[in-house]
Design a protein around this ligand. Structure first.
Ligand code: DGL
Length: 276
């Protein structure tokens, strides 16, 4: 029996994935999207591999239960700590025809083309940095490129607590950028490897030297998905095209809606779900 087309699932630990969803919508506006933010358990950045894996798997299962044939982990921490396990060990048992994609691979696929000096900077959560996922993925595509990483543990709390555009944020942004540049002053491409960080872009640009470009991930991930769907007509045919957007959170829905606008640029009304 032919299956009814269904939405693309987009998952993040909280709000950050909305910066990716915004770009997915620009590139592929025709599709339906179902967003899930695990706000009740965010941030993920400092949690162990086992915990991030367990939470992410619950989220993927829930989005699959809602019918999504394709789930985007719009979270670097979940992509770094859970994606490979889910793809290799869980997907075959859950539904081998469904797909879970992350944000690290599409970024790594193009990152090496954006540097002239051959030195790339990665700013991410503790979890993403300690996983070494960017180093490993970049090596596959651009073995000659050197990757320098800096964990910025205060940046997600600054964003989640609405402090990202306040003077206090300057201290932490400058500190981490100085530490990254101390590892290699000759970086010409720096990637925001956390979906929360685009909100700090003005501050980041203030402390990044002229001649070094800072790249957000949303449009890179969106371009990656466009190419993926071009190569996979069997997945395309399973996606519904009503241009609807639905939003769910594991925490208080009204609070989510209020805060989400700064990430997404538009208001919406979500509903609360429970992950088990
Ligand atoms: N948005 C997540 C990421 O891209 C980080 C937020 C968190 O620590 O939960 O890594």
């Amino acid at each position: 029996m032919e299956q009814k087309p269904t939405p693309i699932g987009v998952f993040d630990s909280g709000y950050g994935g909305l910066t990716v969803l915004k770009e997915l919508e620009k590139a592929l506006p025709q599709y339906d999207y179902l967003y899930l933010g695990d706000n009740a358990r965010a941030p993920y950045g400092t949690r162990s591999f086992d915990t991030v894996y367990e939470y992410t798997l619950q989220a993927v299962k829930w989005l699959f239960e809602q019918g999504c044939p394709l789930v985007i982990l719009a979270c670097n921490t979940a992509s770094a700590k859970a994606l490979r396990n889910i793809q290799q060990n869980d997907l075959p048992g859950l539904d081998p025809a469904k797909r879970v994609l992350g944000v690290i691979r599409p970024t790594a696929e193009i990152a090496g083309k954006l540097t002239k000096t051959g030195n790339i900077g990665i700013l991410g959560t503790q979890g993403t940095v300690s996983s070494h996922s960017y180093i490993l993925e970049l090596q596959k595509f651009f073995p000659e490129v050197k990757v320098y990483q800096e964990a910025c543990p205060m940046w997600v709390p600054l964003v989640e607590n609405n402090e990202y555009n306040k003077p206090g944020a300057d201290y932490f942004v400058k500190q981490n950028i100085d530490q990254l540049l101390a590892q290699c002053p000759d970086l010409d491409a720096v990637f925001l490897a956390c979906t929360h960080y685009p909100l700090l872009l003005d501050k980041i640009n203030k402390y990044i030297p002229d001649g070094t470009r800072v790249f957000e991930q949303g449009s890179i991930v969106a371009e990656g998905l466009v190419h993926y769907l071009e190569r996979h007509p069997e997945m395309r045919s399973r996606l519904s095209t009503g241009s609807t957007r639905n939003f769910t959170t594991t925490d208080h829905a009204e609070n989510f809606d209020k805060q989400a606008t700064v990430f997404y640029g538009k208001s919406f009304s979500s509903h609360r779900i429970e992950l088990l």
